[in-house]
Design a protein around this ligand. Structure first.
Ligand code: 2PG
Ligand code: MG
Length: 398
């Protein structure tokens, strides 16, 4: 059994030059695994907490290095539980979700290398022991138009997503490239300025006859434009939305509930994420679920924070039927697998998602393929931190 020899973390640059950490775990044979930790801008209240990068480096190099010395990197559950128990807080406040996750995922990479298998195979072996993971290649939720806290425009909703209706990776990429190009041209004819958001999507202002639109008028105008592009070119795509309602200041649930229902009737919207804020009454989620779940996935992100214990509150309640999985929200790989397993057992769709403030690490692509996720959400085809994940998907497929 190989044993962990050293855990070494350092500060590295992530999204737009912001500091984060990279953790490297080395075994006594000299093999190593690493992970660069991302973070979010629009966060759920119950996410694992991050400590400052300097402090996270110190915690990894001293406390956790000592704690895990001699452990077997293949024993993911034991490693993760040891860190969880030593931290002893529900949101990993003492060591930081960033320090703990850095080690957790670096260990899984090391374990794959020790066995001489690809990372997605190693991750697949972990999850396959527990739930069936048959299914086609994940489909893309492509962030074409950005707003909310990820952009500086007049859109309140965070992401207007394009979803190709095919599973072949190459076909999806071709459709999305052509759709984006056609949309940029169409936006120009409408007099919409060119700007980009955090995830490389278009993030200009929405205007009509030169006047800036606000609120639901602006959101509706985006769907009208997307639909014009879709129908003119016969693109086989559906649409989706990540509202990220937590961040919308004047959010009136009844008015937004009606608006979603109208949009789902007028446009092919098959995906709706965080349509209400996490503290909103369950009744709103249930009402909307009753009205649109036959056509549209109801997706929890800030609501569920990849946390199996949080998910329990929504199972069997007819509120959501799909879940965003972001390992850094919960802070260990084992808990991430628990969340995926729970979702699959309850017939919820699984979406493996990046964070807005990503690093160039491509781990998520292996995770998505390993667990046969229904969708991936990796942003637009722009910026190294997004492209790294798409390129890894291509590599795996080949
Ligand atoms: C989201 C994510 C990723 P953030 O809300 O789904 O797009 O954003 O990382 O800022 O939480
Ligand atoms: Mg979201």
């Amino acid at each position: 059994m190989p044993q962990i020899q050293t855990i070494a973390a350092e500060k590295v640059l992530g999204f737009r030059g912001q500091e984060t950490i990279e953790v490297t775990v080395t075994d006594e044979c000299g093999l190593a695994g690493e992970f660069r930790v991302p973070f979010g801008k629009s966060e759920g209240m119950f996410e694992a907490m991050y400590v400052a990068p300097d402090q996270a480096v110190k915690i990894c190099n001293e406390t956790l290095n000592q704690l895990l010395h001699g452990f077997d990197p293949e024993n993911q559950r034991v490693l993760d539980n040891t860190m969880i128990q030593a931290d002893a807080t529900p949101q990993k406040k003492n060591f930081g979700g960033n320090a703990i996750l850095g080690i957790s995922i670096a260990c899984s990479r090391l374990a794959a290398r020790e066995q001489g298998i690809a990372l997605y195979q190693h991750l697949g072996n972990i999850i396959n022991k527990r739930v069936s993971t048959h299914g086609p290649f994940p489909r893309m939720l492509y962030n074409l138009v950005e707003g909310g806290v990820h952009a500086q425009n007049n859109l309140a909703f965070q992401e207007h997503l394009i979803i190709p209706k095919v599973n072949s990776l190459n076909q999806q990429i071709e459709i999305l490239k052509s759709f984006s190009q056609a949309f940029m041209q169409y936006a120009k004819t409408l007099g919409w300025n060119k700007a980009y958001g955090y995830e490389g999507g278009w993030a200009g202002n929405i205007t009509k006859d030169g006047v800036i639109l606000f609120g639901q008028d602006a959101e509706y105008a985006v769907f009208e434009a997307l639909d014009a592009v879709r129908t003119q070119n016969d693109f086989p795509v559906d649409f989706g939305l990540d509202v990220a309602a937590n961040n919308i200041a004047k959010f009136e649930p009844s008015s937004y509930c009606d608006f979603y229902v109208k949009c789902a009737k007028d446009f092919p919207i098959t995906y709706l994420e965080d349509g209400f804020a996490e503290q909103e009454q369950d009744e709103w989620w249930k009402m909307l679920y009753g009205k649109i779940h036959h056509t549209t996935l109801m997706v929890g992100d800030d609501l569920t924070v990849t946390n199996p214990r949080k998910m329990d509150a929504y199972i069997g309640k007819n509120m959501i039927n799909a879940i965003i999985i972001k390992p850094d929200q919960v802070g260990t790989l084992s808990e991430t697998f628990d969340a995926i397993e729970k979702a699959k057992q309850n017939n919820w769709r699984v979406i493996i998602s990046h964070r807005s403030q990503e690093t160039t690490d491509d781990y998520l692509a292996d995770l998505a393929v390993a667990v046969k996720a229904d969708f991936v959400k990796f942003g637009a085809f722009a910026q190294g931190e997004r492209l790294a994940k798409y390129n890894r998907l291509l590599e795996i497929e080949q």
